[in-house]
Write a protein that binds this ligand. Structure first.
Ligand code: MRU
Length: 366
């Protein structure tokens, strides 16, 4: 997708053929800085410190982290050390483990450093292809709304967090149908939840939509229900960090509340889901998906640009007040209208997921 008119991906192999470039998302929207990752540890830190974030991009970064590790030590011990280092970098997005398992399988029988880069490149390209599939399948939903409800009018989509191209390698998941609709000349407007405490919506989604020319409005997190009550949202599309076998959806904290509001107001609530985000090893999302708890400073402090151009961090909570910072929540499948996948729009239930992705069930059983 475009930044200042130039096409970018969120992660790439540098021209030297071995180091990895990634956009430092901690500095957005104020500064566009590219970070260079040169070791497995760099990749682990990039994931842990949220230089990169978003489930698919976390997976892609881990794959390259494994490739960087294999350059240094391609022994069995080296492979195990890289896997163990990367797999704990963040707990909730299952794409991390998926990518590392893919890498481990690909590397078991071969000369490792070269094969690792080859498989990591494939994972990256596969992410773009999957998101193109999601774009096409989600576009049909937007087209149906235009045809049934709003010929020639603007379709209003609400999204939460950043499930845009910055969270993936390109296109995004929740944003993929929006970008495609925009490209096809359909009028779309996006309500962007700011997404406290890290403000991925305000900082990242707004920035990427703006650079790509998609009309959007940033709203405080608590606004969605009001907009839905007044017919100002035609559909919600969010991303996800992990979908359980029963169709429960784990995503950025606050997603559940939007799903409840959508349900109460008859607004379709869709989740854009790349297949590596399905976790067939988890039967019940609410009970079993681990929810990351992050530093309290994300809640107590806010960083922004001052009128004279400086970046400053200020405290907004009284000294001594305890804070809680659950990074994700789980939306029960019954509140989800459909899962937009690369293989079609599925019902959020075990049978539909299993029928669409039988190979993933087989892999989970191994
Ligand atoms: O904590 P983050 O910023 O990594 O959380 C990201 C999200 O919750 C995204 O919506 C999700 O990973 C889907 S990304 C396509």
């Amino acid at each position: 997708m475009k930044v200042d008119g130039k096409h970018f991906r969120s992660i790439w192999r540098e021209r030297d053929g071995w180091s990895v470039g990634a956009i430092d998302q901690r500095r957005l929207p104020h500064e566009f800085v590219v970070a260079k990752l040169t070791s497995c540890e760099d990749a682990a830190v990039a994931i842990r410190d949220m230089l990169v974030r978003g489930a698919p991009l976390i997976g892609a970064t881990a794959a390259y982290g494994m490739a960087l590790a294999m350059r240094e030590d391609s022994s069995d011990a080296g492979l195990k050390h890289a896997y163990d280092t990367l797999v704990v970098a963040r707990p909730t997005a299952i794409n991390l483990k998926w990518a590392l398992d893919e890498m481990r399988t690909a590397l078991a029988p071969v000369e490792r450093a070269e094969a690792a880069y080859a498989r990591a490149d494939e994972i990256v390209e596969q992410d773009v292809e999957i998101n193109r599939g999601i774009a096409g399948n989600g576009l049909k939903l937007i087209e149906a709304i235009v045809a049934k409800k709003k010929p020639g009018e603007t379709v209003n989509v609400l999204t939460h967090c950043n499930a845009g191209w910055l969270a993936t390698v390109d296109w995004g998941t929740a944003t993929a149908p929006i970008y495609l609709a925009h490209e096809r000349g359909i009028k779309v407007h996006v309500w962007v939840d700011e997404t406290r405490p890290r403000n991925q919506g305000a900082s990242l989604t707004a920035r990427e939509l703006g650079h790509h020319g998609v009309p959007h409005t940033v709203i405080p997190d608590n606004t969605g229900g009001h907009l839905m009550q007044h017919g100002m949202v035609d559909l919600a599309i969010v991303g996800t960090d992990r979908v359980a076998a029963n169709g429960d959806v784990c995503n950025k904290i606050g997603t559940y509340l939007k799903a409840l509001a959508a349900h109460d107001n008859g607004v379709p609530f869709y989740v854009a889901l790349p297949s590596p985000t399905i976790d067939f090893a988890v039967d019940d999302g609410i009970r079993d998906i681990p929810i990351e708890q992050r530093s309290g400073t994300e809640v107590t402090d806010m960083t922004g640009r001052t009128a004279d151009g400086r970046l400053e961090t200020v405290r907004i909570v009284p000294e001594g007040s305890p804070v809680a910072n659950y990074a994700f929540d789980v939306t029960p499948a019954r509140l989800v209208t459909g899962l937009i996948t690369e293989r079609g729009v599925l019902k959020p239930d075990r049978a539909s997921l299993a029928a669409a992705f039988p190979e993933r069930i087989a892999a989970a059983a191994e």
